[in-house]
Design a protein around this ligand. Structure first.
Ligand SMILES: Nc1ncnc2c1ncn2[C@@H]1O[C@H](COP(=O)(O)OP(=O)(O)OP(=O)(O)O)[C@@H](O)[C@H]1O
Ligand SMILES: [Mg+2]
Length: 266
């Protein structure tokens, strides 16, 4: 193949799965995202870090069109999603599953019904099929024994894992995790971290992990975005992040280290 042919192929292969280009977002007078640009490549796991209130969840909401930027472009697989109508947004949300900060399980539905919620919406399943399908996805998170329980019967860590199984059942091309290991004890948090790491290694899922948890970042992230005061302060590989001499990155890494020491997790 000639040189230009090769370069065209390369360009196509490198189309980011998600790309933020100079995104701005304000609420009332408060600027939350300021000139935010970064990309998520197919098959990679990107960690988005930053202190509380910096705009991490808002960034995820933009990726699935629950929020629209005031300025800038958000491309998914090369298509600008800012212009999509509701029907096109629904299909986008089938391709990108968001596991929200709360997990968002329906309390009145069993684990099986929760896990198969998206499947059932597409083609209604019998009770037996619901159970069988749910077990298939619960097996991916090693929790098939929970199939007949209800969310109230589950620990927070198990709720998170069931929420991840539900996201997997939608057979998405990418998963966005919002703080998957916060508000759970260290053992449960390791359970969730191990699960995300395994899904990443086994299925090579494209993923974004919003987190404060640097242990999780070390385990699963290939690249890291650090947001600070509405802007991308750092964007680079995980190794570049942890070796960075940037004072703010260093402070962020050390603060987490101290918190972990205090919690007896190190
Ligand atoms: N729908 C909304 N309307 C008005 N303000 C909002 C809305 N959603 C988020 N904000 C504001 O945007 C800012 C960023 O919020 P966001 O939830 O993204 O923070 P975060 O980085 O996810 O924080 P945390 O780590 O605590 O989850 C906050 O000041 C928040 O109050
Ligand atoms: Mg948040």
């Amino acid at each position: 193949m000639n040189e230009s042919g090769q370069s065209m192929l390369r360009v196509e292969d490198e189309t980011p799965f998600i790309q933020f280009e100079h995104v701005y977002k304000s609420f009332d007078e408060k600027e939350v995202l300021i000139d935010v640009s970064f990309d998520l490549r197919k098959g990679e796991t990107l960690a988005i870090l930053g202190r509380s209130g910096v705009g991490k969840s808002v960034t995820l909401m933009h990726m699935v069109g629950f929020m629209k930027p005031d300025r800038g472009k958000i491309n998914v697989k090369g298509q600008d999603i800012v212009t999509l109508d509701e029907r096109q947004l629904s299909s986008l949300r089938r391709c990108i599953s968001l596991v929200s900060q709360s997990g968002g399980l329906f309390d009145s539905l069993s684990v099986a019904e929760n896990v198969t919620y998206a499947v059932n919406e597409k083609h209604p399943l019998s009770d037996e099929e619901t159970r069988r399908e749910a077990i298939r996805f619960l097996k991916m998170v090693d929790l098939e024994d929970l199939v007949d329980l209800y969310p109230k019967d589950l620990s927070t860590g198990h709720k998170r894992c069931v929420a991840i199984a539900r996201a997997l059942a939608a057979e998405p091309e990418a998963i966005l995790y919002d703080e998957p290991t916060t508000m759970v004890d260290p053992i449960q948090s390791q359970l969730v971290a191990r699960l995300i790491q395994r899904l990443h290694n086994q299925y090579k899922l494209t993923a974004v992990v919003v987190t404060h948890d640097l242990k999780l970042t070390r385990r699963v992230a290939e690249r890291v975005v650090l947001l600070e005061e509405g802007r991308v302060h750092f964007l680079g590989t995980r190794d570049e992040f942890f070796a960075s001499g940037d004072p703010l990155v260093h402070e962020f890494v050390m603060r987490d280290h101290v918190v972990a020491l205090e919690a007896g997790a190190l």
